[in-house]
Ligand binder design. Structure first.
Ligand code: C5J
Length: 221
């Protein structure tokens, strides 16, 4: 075990049972012209974390620890997109509409690709998920069980939506979860701060958070 300085206390990282899960670092959320921007958000806060996420991915690859990527995406016929999701709010473009990067949030479209700096390597698992949580209607749980992974280090966007939802799903399934603070972001800074606080409140009710330098230093040879 490697003790990672974290909140609310040290995270006991098990190199034999840990994986990194990078949530939805796809163009739809991080670049102008995608789903995030169609909802009226300034995406620059999210673009800014690409280097930190890339460093974290690089650390896991260097250690030989698994890296898993997710994308929020729907089938081209939108049969996996509930009308309640598609019709919510007043976005400039709805899920499935053609936009500057292809159809919004649709699998295989340019906007649905993971940004270059965080792109998966051949052999790394990519989970396409129709919901906010990474476990909903995916094979992630079975995959983690098969491979003996019991700890998930989280990164990606957005902190209070898909990252937090996935972390809560993982926590309920018995995984130990650690969120890396510089490697996650929200369109709303106050929502990120609140999410970090609520994750490690009450003795780590959903898990732990740590800084990227703390993790890098703790696992250095
Ligand atoms: C959102 C996500 N915010 N990946 N998706 O709709 O957080």
């Amino acid at each position: 075990m490697i003790d990672i300085p974290a909140e609310p206390g040290p995270f006991p990282l098990d190199p034999a049972a840990v994986a990194l899960i990078v949530i939805d670092m796809q163009r739809d959320f991080v670049e102008p012209g995608g789903f995030g921007a169609s909802l009226g958000n300034d995406v620059s806060r999210l673009t800014a974390i690409i280097p930190a996420v890339a460093d974290l991915i690089g650390l896991f690859r260097q250690k030989g620890w698994p890296v898993i990527h997710t994308r929020e995406s729907h089938l081209p016929d939108l049969s996996d997109c509930p009308p309640a999701k598609r019709l919510r709010g007043k976005p400039s473009l709805r899920i499935g509409d053609p936009g500057p990067m292809g159809r919004i949030l649709v699998r295989g479209e340019p906007g649905n690709q993971i940004v270059d700096g965080c792109a998966p390597l051949p052999g790394e698992v990519v989970i396409d998920k129709p919901g906010k949580g990474a476990f909903y209607k995916t094979n992630l749980d079975a995959l983690l069980m098969q491979t003996g992974i019991r700890q998930l280090v989280f990164a990606g966007v957005t902190t209070e939506v898909c990252v937090q939802t996935s972390m809560r799903e993982a926590n309920d399934r018995g995984f130990e979860c650690l969120l890396v603070e510089e490697a996650t972001e929200s369109y709303f800074p106050e929502f990120k701060a609140a999410t970090l606080a609520m994750i490690h409140a009450q003795g780590g009710i959903v898990g732990w958070t740590c800084t990227l330098p703390a993790l890098q230093k703790a696992v250095a040879p």
